[in-house]
Design a binder for this molecule. Sequence first.
Ligand code: SF4
Length: 737
Amino acid sequence: MNLIDWIMWKSGLDNRSKKYSYGEDPILGYTSARKHADGWVKSTCGYCSVGCGMQLGVRNGKVVGVRGDPDHPVNLGKLCPKGLAEHYAIEAEDRAMYPLLRENGQLARIGWDEAIDTLVEKFRAVQRKYGPESLGIISTGQLVTEEFYALGKLVQLGFGARNFDGNTTLCMSTAVAGYKRSFGSDGPPGAYEDMETADVVLLIGANIAENHPILCMRLEANPTRTLIVADPRVTKTAMMADVFLPVKPRSDLALVNAMLRILVDEELYNKEYVEQHTTGFDELRASLDQYTLEYAAKITGLAPELIRKVALLYGNAKAAFIGWTMGVNHSTKGTETVNAINNLALLTGNIGRSGASPFSITGQCNAMGTREAGFASGLPGYRKFESEDDRQELASLWNLPVARIPAKRGLAYPDIIEAAVAGKIRALWIIGTNPLVSFPNIDVLKQALGNLDFLAVQDGFHPTPTTELADLMLPAAIWGEKEGTYTNSERRVSKVNAAVNPPGEARSDFHIFLAVAERLGCREEIFPGWKSPGDAFDEWRRVTAGRLCDYSGMTYAAIESNGGIQWPFPQGSSTNPAAVRRLYADGRFQTDDGRARLLPTQWAPFPEQPNKEYPLILNTGRTVEHWHTRTKTGGISILQRLSPRAWLEMNPVDARQLGLRPHDRIEVISARGRVSKVELRITEIVAPGQVFLPFHFVESNANRITQSAFDPISREPNYKQCAVRVERSSLHERQNA
Ligand code: SF4
């Protein structure tokens, strides 16, 4: 509400005619006058990794509306509810506007010079006292690639710090680790178009109808496909399925291994592809011995004939696509499950051609960009820390001594937190993420943050549960206020543009990183001649030339005019920039011998089994209206009205046994804590013995009860299964009275 409207409202004057008047817009047609724009700026949605093209309508320096870009190949003008309301985040009342420094326990406004001086002095002091490894940095998949690339250089070459990771480890590191082990490199091999051309689409632990809604449009464009959905919940995506597999929690690995065994036993695999393009077949076959239909049926809860039916459907498909998201990734067996999925695709030759791909559906808008730009689990351009050639190549590209480039990755996100608990990490820089809501077993994180000598938080919003704890708060521009590129799940690099200026004194993350480098005295060395994200992009094109994620043929103008370009797109490429590209079409992989690896994997029970005290299995997940920790969507009234609070889904069988009724307020209790006064929904969406809680809501934070269990390879948390009990809240209150 602007000042004049506020004065009218406070004075009791009727301003409804202003609010509800309509008019004819040349593009939108007959619509609310408040949405009429003077001009439209093309950009890309800043929420999920689908990467929808959109246009932001601007009037008088404000974004007054958004619409889907009808020419963008990903979404053809459509947007989901979050995308349609995204511009409201720009005007939110809790936007961070000024740098703040904690003095006498309170955050007080300071200028940028003092803020940057403080950040550098505090970090340097901690590193001098405790060593370079005592500084940790946790960033986000919300930055544009240019910012993430700049941040990696700043952290590793400027501060000489290695303990750098992002919130992407909480959602996608498992897919990264799985791809690297199977194919020698990260990189989803397929394209969204494969959903339209596959004759079998298998979705495992992927509720795209809630979490990547526009992909359902791509599926619907393929009416002849057989859609198989494996999920413990009857999700909205499961309701679209031709074949639904209501698997027991975290039994997907046993299901996939049983499918593999049937394909091998019945010789339904592609012998020629396996012989020419893979290694490890004999070891894989031997590892499948125990995965009989009966064994898999016992683990998954599925009928043996259903498992066989699905294996035959997949094995007989001309082109089969497997998509997965957090149901697979959020698991201590996640990486192995990704490898088993890749085994299925390799064994049947379902990779590198239209309709045929294993395909991780990424989470955040630019999680893929962070994976390419590296500095966390790998070096930029999918180079390896341990490869001397890779380090040498980067050193010459950057004109720096090779000794400046680390030969080993630093700590992953959960290990940074554990190191802070142990007093080894003493200063932390958190950028664009809100771990006080998103990190599992939140008490451990609180202990870690409480141990620090200095905490800097950089975010577009304040207060958030995390910025409230900061010693230094740096206000950042958000989507709609800055420029760069995002890469979506199908490796499509799309342009992001500023439509308006950031509020108050907030700056783009890119310019904050430049200022920090300036203060460190290394700006010209690590960011030579850089003034805008376009300068970083030019260097990034050179750094990726010849790599799997080759950007060298792209320009900002070409990206915009084609609605994004999929990598690899090398300089001099004769192919149409708008053409659909797939990886590994030639059967050559990024391993030393060029062959993909068939890897044996073994199912095991999830770490915290239900027991007498905690008899239910908790599953956590998302809802279409909200984004992660609700920093952006919590202040958007239409989304809040649609989904105002958390709820717990429970099967009627369990509810009857516990004497609970719909809409009861209940407590969800694990060995680590409790979530209080959650509304109960009694529904057959969840099976008996299981409950589901969305993780977006700080007031009912699911991470008070999740556990500290991580995939040993990817370090991704096992958010999905922990043992809980449920009680009516009034009972708890009586006990505490
Ligand atoms: S599907 Fe994802 S990218 Fe598309 S509008 Fe919705 S949130 Fe944005």
